[in-house]
Write a protein that binds this ligand. Structure first.
Ligand code: FES
Ligand SMILES: [Fe+2]
Length: 391
């Protein structure tokens, strides 16, 4: 089953995929980072990761280093993790807790709300006004317990707006009360970032390339594209799988009392514009984002969260889930690395998109709207992006 609802505009190139050069071209990559990634929301962590005043978490992408920190007033704020004096990195590592943010270079002191409050040898800088030199802020959004940042505001939708069509569906999962199951996992992939997302929302490859998912879901796998979100879902079939871990998961998944009957044995996947997704299982949820590194490499960043549940059965089922999806991930990695190489082939331009491929259509349409040059099936002559940007 597939359906597409409320696509915001008609796209004249709707029956074509994005062309291959968009997955390799350095000029296009720069433009795309500026117009698509910088203005979009990126997940950092869960609110419970910042439980105490002074607790902080970092996220780096596109050459920017960001830190989110909970203030003494309980508010979570986001800043560039860069000292205003000589640009030293303020906090080091993925997470920590501090009473104040003290620069390790010359000991300038910032309060948890970003204000500059201490400068050694202050009289050395007669023109320095502390109130004008607080940390550079970035926007923060919290949605259902998760903390997101964005580098620029281009008027794009909030995470809450993107997820609004499915708010009632995700509410019973109680994301706000979830806790981290494990540390952030980061893995580099030799693919353009769009290749990860294209594959995530690709419905046609499930029965071809994922035997395990096909055993688990039968023919129930469904997709839809609703504005800013793709939704995929599968219902666990009753027929017991021949695979040991799949069978274990099918037969041991405990009841989760706060979930509706329809969600007890359902796997739900949401992909949000433009580069993050979360997989919702009755036993846990996995967040994933794919951050561009270069035109042909990306960083996968993954986190798992769940409601506290000490049942032994639940722990084992979560492990089985991880085993099953580890295989799925390996299958997808194999596919997308080969697609990436094919995108660089001189023989490939754009490919046709089927009527059922509503998520690929939705994504390509949004890219074309932001970067009209993406309609061209071959790369324009070098220097094209300078002309587009008027420099
Ligand atoms: S660079 Fe931070 S105090 Fe000098
Ligand atoms: Fe896949």
């Amino acid at each position: 089953m597939h359906r597409s609802i409320d696509l915001p505009y008609a796209d004249p190139d709707a029956d074509w995929s994005l062309p291959g050069w968009l997955y390799t071209d350095p000029e296009y990559f720069e433009l795309e980072c500026a117009r698509v990634i910088r203005p979009s929301w990126q997940i950092v962590c869960h609110e419970s990761d910042l439980a105490e005043p002074g607790a902080w978490r970092t996220l780096s992408y596109l050459g920017e280093q960001l830190v989110v920190v909970r203030g003494g007033d309980g508010v979570i704020r986001g800043f560039h993790n860069v000292c205003r004096h000589r640009a030293m990195r303020l906090v080091e590592g993925a997470s920590g807790c501090a009473r104040k943010l003290v620069c390790p270079y010359h000991a300038w002191v910032y309060e948890l709300d970003g204000r500059l409050s201490g400068v050694p040898m202050k009289s050395d800088y007669p023109a320095l006004r502390l109130e004008d030199n607080g940390l550079a802020a970035v926007e923060v959004e919290t949605w259902r317990g998760f903390v997101f940042v964005r580098l620029e505001d281009d008027g794009g939708p909030s995470v809450a707006t993107m997820m609004a069509p499915y708010d009632a569906e995700v509410a019973p999962y109680r994301f706000e009360e979830m806790r981290r199951l494990s540390d952030v996992r980061e893995r580099e992939r030799r693919v353009n970032w769009k290749n990860v997302g294209d594959n995530y929302s690709d419905n046609l490859h499930i029965p071809v390339a994922h035997d395990g998912l096909t055993r688990l879901f039968g023919k129930s796998y469904a997709i839809e594209a609703a504005g800013w979100v793709d939704r995929m879902s599968g219902e666990l079939v009753d027929r017991v799988s021949s695979d040991w871990w799949e069978r274990f998961y099918q037969t041991h998944l405990p009841r989760v009392d706060h979930l509706p009957e329809a969600n007890q044995r359902c796997w739900l996947y949401y992909k949000l514009w433009p580069n993050m997704a979360f997989d919702i299982y009755a036993d846990q949820i996995d967040f994933m984002q794919w951050l561009p590194l270069t035109p042909t490499t990306s960083l996968l960043r993954e986190m798992s969260f769940a409601l506290p549940d000490e049942r032994r059965e639940m722990k084992l089922v979560r492990y089985a889930n991880w085993r099953i999806n580890r295989t799925v991930n390996a299958e997808d990695t194999w596919l997308i690395e080969r697609v990436q190489e094919g995108m660089a082939s001189s023989s490939y331009t754009a490919g046709p998109i089927g009527a059922s491929e509503v998520c690929l259509r939705s994504f390509a349409a949004k890219i074309r709207e932001r970067i009209p040059e993406a309609r061209q099936h071959r790369a324009p002559p070098p220097g094209w992006s300078r002309r587009v940007r008027g420099v």
